[in-house]
Design a protein. Structure first.
Lengths: 653, 388
C-alpha cells in the first residue's frame, strides 16, 4: 500500500516535470494521469470526479477506457505510472496496449505493472457513466441494455447524452423508446420550465405506469401550518380548519406538533396527573369515589392547576384563538407553478384514460368470471334446467373431473399431453358416475323433485368424504402447460391471463356444442320431447329411460370437463365443488330454467355484477358476494322465472 | 278448548311424558345433581340435542306441513345465537374490565369502561369502537327481545318478497339457500361488527353467576327441554284445527287453496316467520351451551342437514322431526367422537371418523328411496298391526 502511494506520488511529480509525456494529439493519457491519484486510490467515495472527467472528455477513447477499467483489464505501469490495457500473453508476461492507438506498446513482466481492481460500487458508477456511450453503440442489444439501465436509475446527467443519441438512431422501436425516456427525464430533471411543461403536456392521457410515476411526484403535496403562507413555496391549496379536508382537531394537533400552540389535555394525561396527586383520599379537594364522573374530574384538575400542581391545558377559547391566527396550506414539493399546473391537467386526463382502461379490464375480468360460472353451470343447465332434477352432487362431479386431471398428471408428466388426456377422461368418468346415479337413484324420484335434492345431497357429502379419504385434505395442484402460463397484456392496466382466455374459449365451445346437440341431433330432439311430455314422447317410440340416462350423463360429463378447467386456475380440494354449487344454481335460476341462453345470460350477469360490486369496494370480495346475492334475491322478485322465461306448456306450471 | 285440543292429540301427552322422563333421568345422572354417571360434556351434548330437536320441529312445520323446503332456517338459528351471544359477551367482558379497572387509583368513568370493553371485544378484528348494532348489548332484556325480533323480521321481509312474487318449489329452496349464504358471507367480514370469522366466544360463562359448569349444564338442559315442550305444544296447536288444515292444503295443492279464496301468501308468511322465531329461540339456547358461534355455523350446508334430519325422522309428524334430529345428531357425535372401534379389513382399516360421513350420505339416499316416511313411518306400521 505504502509502496503504491509512493509510486503514485512519484507519478504525479514526474507528470508535472515531463509535459511532453502526452504530446500526441487528443490523447487520453494526460487526463488519466491528471486523475491518477483518484484512480489508484480506488475509493467509491472519491472516484466520481475521475469518472466524470473521463466520460466528459469528449474523447473517442473514453468508453473503451471506462469499459476496460470496469472489466479489470486496466493496468498501470509502475515505471512511469502510465495506464494501459493489458492482455496476458504467456507465463507471467503481459502485452500492454495503448488506449489512444490500440497498438501494442510493450510486453512486460507482471511485476512491472499493477492491476486496477475497482470494487462493485465503483463498477456501478463506471457503468452509469458508460450508459451515455452505449446509447449510440452499434449493437442494438447494448443500446436497449443502456436504456434499461437509465430506466432503473435515471440521473440528471443522462439527459444530454440521451437527447444527443436520438437523431442517429436507426431502429424505430428503440428510437421511440429513447424519445419516451427523454420525455420522462425532461420532466424529472429538465431545467427549463417551458420544456418540462411541453414534456408533461405530451404525456396527458398516457396510461403507462412510467408516465404516471413521472407525473405523480410533481403533484405530491405536504401539509404545513404557520402564521403566514411563505411567498417562496408553490402552494396547492390553503385550508380552513373545521372543513372536511382539515378537521379542527387535526389542525390543532398540527399547531402543537409545530410548537405553535400548547397541547390540549387528553383524558389519559388528566387521569395520570390526577392519580399522581392523591392526598387523603381526594384530589384537589374532590373525593376519589366521585371521580368516576367526568365533571368531577374537570373540577379536580382545575383545582390542581390553581394550586400550581398541574400544567394549564389549552382551553376551547385558546384553541379557537390559535386556529384563527394561523394559516394551513398544502404545498407542492415541486417549486415551479407552471409545471405543477401542467402536471395536474395532464393527470386529470390520465385519470380519465385510466378509468376507461380499468373499465375495460373489469369487463374482461367479468367476462372471464362469467365464463367460469357458465362452465360450472352448463351441466346444471342440462340436468336442472332441462330435466328438472336438482343435483346437489353437481359440484362433486366438478370435483371428480378436477381430481381426474390431477391423477392423470401424476401418471403423464408432460402437461400438454396430460391435459389432452384428462379432458376426455374426466368426461368419461363423470359421465359414468352420472349415468350410475341416474339409474340407481334419480330415476326413482322423478315425481318427487324436492326429494332428489335430499338424495343427491347425501351422495354429495358421501363423495366429498370419499375424496377426502383418498386424496387427503390438502390442496392438490393441477399444473397448466407452459404455453398457458403468462398473460395477454394490452397495456399497463388491461391484461388477462391465458388460462382465463382458454376457459373463455372452452365455454364458447361448450355453448356451440350444446346448441348443436339440442337443436340439430336426434338426442337433442328426443331430450326436448321427453322433458316436455314424457308419456307422449314414449308413445312416439322414444325410450324416455334411455334419453333421461344419456342426458343426465351428458350434463355430468360436462361438469367433469369444467372441473379440469376450474382445477387449472384454482386449487383442487374435496370442497372445490361446494364453492360453485350455490352460484351455479343461481346462474341457472337467474338466467331462466330450461334455456341455454338463459344460463349464458345468468352467468354473464353474475360475473358482471360481482366484478362491478368489487370495483366499488375492491378490498372486500366477501361484501361483493353478499351484495350480489341480495341483488339476485331482489332480481328474482321482478323476474321469478329468470331472464329468459319459458312460456306456455313447456314452462311446466 | 285446550282440554279438547289435548284430548284430540294424545301423542302430545306421550311426547311430553317422554321428554319429562328423559330430562329427569339425565338430571339424576348428571354430576352436579345426581350420581355423576355421565359427564358434564355429555349433559351439554344432550342439552344441545334438545335445541336441535326444537329447530327440527320448526323445519318440520315449514316443510312437512306447509311444503316450503327452506334451506335457510339455520340462518335464523344462528342469528338467535348471535343475539344472545352479544349480551353474554358484553356483560362478561364488562365484569372483567370493571374488575381490572377497580385496582386503579381513580375510579373509571363510564366512557373509560366502555372503551375498554370495546377494545377487549373488537381488538381481535383491529377495531375498538362499538358498532351501531351493539347499542342494546348491555341489556339482557333488549337482546332477548332481539332474539325474537331480528330473525323474525328477516324472515318476514324475505318471505314477503319471495311469496309475493310466487317463488315456489325448488326455486324457493335455492333462494333460501342464497339467503343463508349471503348472511354467512356478510358475517365473515370483519366490518360486519360481529367479529368476523372469530365469531363470539366464551358464551358458556354466564355473567354474574358463579355456579359451576356442571350445574349450568343442567339448567340449560331444563331450559332446552322446557322450550322444546312449549314449542311442541305450540306447533301441535298451530297444525291442528282449521288453520292446520289450510296449511296442509297449501302443501298438497297450493293453487286449489288459492282458488278456494284463502290468502295463501299470508298463511305461508305466517308459518315461515313463526318457524324462524322458533329456530331463533333454539339457537339462543344452543350457543350458550356450545360456547362459541361463528359464521361457519350458518353455512348453507347446516340448513341442508336440518332438512335431512327431518326427512330421516319423518316429515309431516312433529315427533318424527324430534326423533330424526335426536337420532342423527347423537349418532353423528358417537361416530365422529372416535368412540366406535375401527374395522380392520386386512388390506384396509375402516376408520369410522373418516367413513361416517359416507355412511350418513348413503343412508340419506336409502331413506329417501325406500322409506320416504322416515323413522316415524315405523309408528304407522305398529299402529296398523295393532289395528289388525
Amino acid at each position: 500500500m505504502l509502496k503504491r502511494l509512493f509510486a503514485t506520488l512519484c507519478l504525479v511529480l514526474s507528470l508535472g516535470m515531463a509535459p511532453g509525456a502526452g504530446a500526441q494529439d487528443a490523447s487520453i493519457q494526460p487526463l488519466l494521469q491528471a486523475n491518477a491519484a483518484l484512480i489508484t486510490e480506488s475509493s467509491r467515495r472519491t472516484i466520481q470526479p475521475a469518472i466524470d472527467a473521463i466520460a466528459g472528455s469528449g474523447l473517442p477513447q473514453a468508453p473503451l477506457v471506462l469499459s476496460t477499467w470496469a472489466e479489470r483489464d486496466m493496468w498501470q505501469r509502475l515505471s512511469d505510472g502510465q495506464f494501459f490495457r493489458a492482455q496476458k500473453v504467456k507465463g507471467g508476461q503481459y502485452a500492454l496496449i495503448d488506449f489512444d492507438t490500440g497498438a501494442e506498446v510493450a510486453t512486460v513482466d507482471k511485476d512491472a505493472i499493477e492491476q486496477l481492481k475497482p470494487n462493485s460500487g465503483i463498477r456501478a458508477l463506471i457503468g452509469a457513466a458508460l450508459v451515455r456511450f452505449q446509447l449510440s453503440d452499434p449493437d442494438p442489444a447494448i443500446r436497449v441494455a443502456a436504456l434499461d439501465a437509465i430506466d432503473r436509475a435515471a440521473e440528471a446527467g443522462h439527459l444530454a447524452p440521451l437527447k444527443a443519441a436520438i437523431p442517429d438512431e436507426p431502429d424505430p422501436a428503440i428510437r421511440a423508446r429513447k424519445e419516451r425516456l427523454l420525455t420522462l427525464l425532461t420532466i424529472r430533471f429538465g431545467t427549463e420550465s417551458a420544456m418540462r411543461v411541453a414534456a408533461i403536456d405530451s404525456l396527458a392521457g398516457d396510461t403507462g405506469v412510467d408516465a404516471r410515476a413521472a407525473l405523480n411526484p410533481l403533484v405530491a403535496t405536504s401539509r404545513h401550518a404557520g402564521t403566514v403562507v411563505p411567498q417562496t413555496v408553490n402552494v396547492a391549496a390553503t385550508l380552513k380548519p373545521g372543513s372536511d379536508a382539515l378537521p379542527r382537531a387535526t389542525a390543532y394537533d398540527m399547531l402543537v406538533a409545530a410548537g405553535l400552540a400548547p397541547p390540549r389535555l387528553t383524558a389519559e394525561a388528566a387521569r395520570t396527573t390526577l392519580s399522581a396527586h392523591v392526598e387523603d383520599g381526594a384530589v384537589g379537594g374532590v373525593p376519589l369515589h366521585q371521580l368516576a364522573d367526568p365533571a368531577a374530574r374537570d373540577r379536580a384538575y382545575a383545582a390542581l392547576v390553581q394550586a400550581g400542581q398541574a400544567p394549564p391545558a389549552a382551553t376551547e377559547a385558546e384553541v379557537d384563538q390559535a386556529l384563527s391566527t394561523h394559516v394551513f396550506w398544502d404545498q407542492y414539493a415541486e417549486a415551479d407553478p407552471a409545471v405543477t399546473d401542467a402536471a395536474r391537467a395532464a393527470l386529470t386526463r390520465t385519470t380519465l384514460m385510466v378509468g376507461l382502461n380499468q373499465a375495460l379490464d373489469l369487463a374482461l375480468d367479468a367476462l372471464s368470471l362469467g365464463s367460469i360460472y357458465f362452465l360450472a353451470a352448463i351441466g346444471l343447465a342440462i340436468t336442472f334446467g332441462v330435466m328438472g332434477v336438482i343435483n346437489m352432487a353437481h359440484g362433486e362431479f366438478i370435483m371428480m373431473g378436477a381430481y381426474t386431471g390431477y391423477v392423470v398428471q401424476q401418471l403423464i408428466p408432460n402437461y400438454t399431453v396430460s391435459i389432452l388426456v384428462a379432458i376426455p377422461l374426466a368426461f368419461l368418468v363423470t359421465f359414468a358416475a352420472g349415468v350410475a346415479m341416474e339409474r340407481l337413484v334419480i330415476r326413482h324420484l322423478y315425481s318427487r323433485p324436492l326429494e332428489t335434492l335430499l338424495a343427491t345431497f347425501g351422495i354429495s357429502i358421501a363423495l366429498q368424504q370419499i375424496a377426502k379419504n383418498i386424496f387427503g385434505t390438502q390442496a392438490r395442484p393441477l399444473t397448466s402447460p407452459a404455453w398457458l402460463d403468462g398473460s395477454w397484456v394490452l397495456n399497463d392496466i388491461v391484461g388477462i391471463s391465458y388460462i382465463r382466455i382458454a376457459i373463455f374459449a372452452l365455454a364458447l365451445i361448450f355453448l356451440v356444442f350444446f346448441l348443436f346437440l339440442m337443436k340439430h341431433t336426434r338426442l337433442g330432439l328426443e331430450t326436448r320431447a321427453v322433458t316436455q311430455n314424457p308419456k307422449m314422447a314414449a308413445s312416439m317410440g322414444i325410450n324416455p329411460d334411455r334419453v333421461n340416462m344419456l342426458t343426465f350423463g351428458l350434463g355430468s360429463g360436462i361438469a367433469g370437463i369444467a372441473g379440469v378447467a376450474i382445477g387449472l386456475y384454482a386449487q383442487v380440494t374435496s370442497e372445490i365443488g361446494q364453492q360453485y354449487i350455490v352460484q351455479s344454481f343461481m346462474t341457472v335460476v337467474v338466467g331462466g330454467v330450461g334455456n341455454i341462453w338463459g344460463a349464458l345470460l345468468g352467468a354473464g350477469m353474475i360475473g358482471v355484477l360481482q366484478k362491478g360490486i368489487e370495483w366499488f369496494n375492491p378490498s372486500n370480495t366477501l361484501a361483493a358476494q353478499t351484495y350480489m346475492i341480495i341483488f339476485i334475491i331482489i332480481f328474482i322478485q321482478f323476474r321469478p322465472r329468470g331472464i329468459i322465461a319459458l312460456k306456455g306448456r313447456a314452462a311446466g306450471d | 278448548m285446550s282440554r279438547s285440543f289435548l284430548a284430540r292429540n294424545p301423542s302430545i301427552l306421550v311426547f311430553l311424558a317422554c321428554l319429562a322422563l328423559f330430562t329427569l333421568a339425565v338430571t339424576m345422572l348428571a354430576p352436579a345433581t345426581g350420581s355423576g354417571l355421565i359427564s358434564t360434556s355429555f349433559v351439554k351434548t344432550l342439552g344441545k340435542t334438545l335445541c336441535l330437536c326444537l329447530v327440527a320441529l320448526a323445519m318440520d312445520l315449514v316443510w312437512g306441513y306447509c311444503g316450503i323446503l327452506s334451506l335457510g332456517h339455520f340462518a335464523f338459528f344462528g342469528l338467535g345465537g348471535y343475539m344472545i351471544g352479544m349480551w353474554l359477551m358484553y356483560a362478561r367482558t364488562e365484569l372483567i374490565v370493571v374488575e381490572s379497572l377497580s385496582n386503579a387509583v381513580i375510579p373509571p368513568t363510564p366512557q373509560e369502561i366502555r372503551d375498554a370493553i370495546g377494545s377487549q371485544i373488537f381488538g381481535v378484528v383491529g377495531a375498538s369502537d362499538f358498532p351501531a348494532i351493539w347499542i342494546f348489548a348491555h341489556s339482557l332484556t333488549a337482546q332477548l327481545v332481539l332474539v325474537l325480533l331480528i330473525p323474525g323480521l328477516l324472515a318476514l321481509v324475505f318471505g314477503w318478497l319471495a311469496f309475493r312474487s310466487r317463488v315456489t318449489g325448488v326455486y324457493l329452496s335455492i333462494l333460501t339457500q342464497a339467503m343463508t349464504l349471503a348472511l354467512s358471507l356478510y358475517l365473515f367480514q370483519n366490518e360486519s361488527g360481529l367479529r368476523g370469522n372469530n365469531g363470539l366466544s366464551g358464551l358458556q360463562n354466564l355473567p354474574g353467576i358463579s355456579a359451576s359448569q356442571d350445574l349450568v349444564s343442567v339448567w340449560f338442559l331444563w331450559g332446552a327441554a322446557l322450550a322444546l315442550a312449549l314449542g311442541y305444544v305450540l306447533c301441535a296447536w298451530v297444525v291442528s284445527g282449521k288453520f292446520g288444515s289450510v296449511v296442509r292444503g297449501i302443501r298438497d295443492d297450493e293453487a286449489r287453496v288459492r282458488f278456494l279464496g284463502y290468502s295463501v301468501e299470508g298463511y305461508k308468511l305466517f308459518i315461515f316467520t313463526f318457524t324462524a322465531v322458533i329456530a331463533a329461540v333454539a339457537g339462543a339456547l344452543y350457543y350458550p351451551q356450545a360456547g362459541i358461534i361463528n359464521p361457519g355455523e350458518i353455512a348453507p350446508i347446516a340448513s341442508i342437514y336440518l332438512a335431512v334430519w327431518v326427512a330421516i325422522g319423518g316429515r309431516g309428524r312433529l315427533y318424527g322431526a324430534v326423533i330424526g334430529a335426536a337420532v342423527v345428531s347423537l349418532v353423528s357425535t358417537w361416530f365422529t367422537g372416535g368412540l366406535v372401534s375401527s374395522i380392520p379389513l386386512g388390506v384396509y382399516t375402516v376408520n369410522w371418523v373418516d367413513w361416517w360421513q359416507v355412511l350418513l350420505g348413503l343412508s340419506f339416499v336409502l331413506v329417501t328411496l325406500f322409506a320416504p316416511k322416515g323413522i316415524g313411518g315405523l309408528f304407522d306400521l305398529i299402529a296398523r298391526r295393532r289395528g289388525q
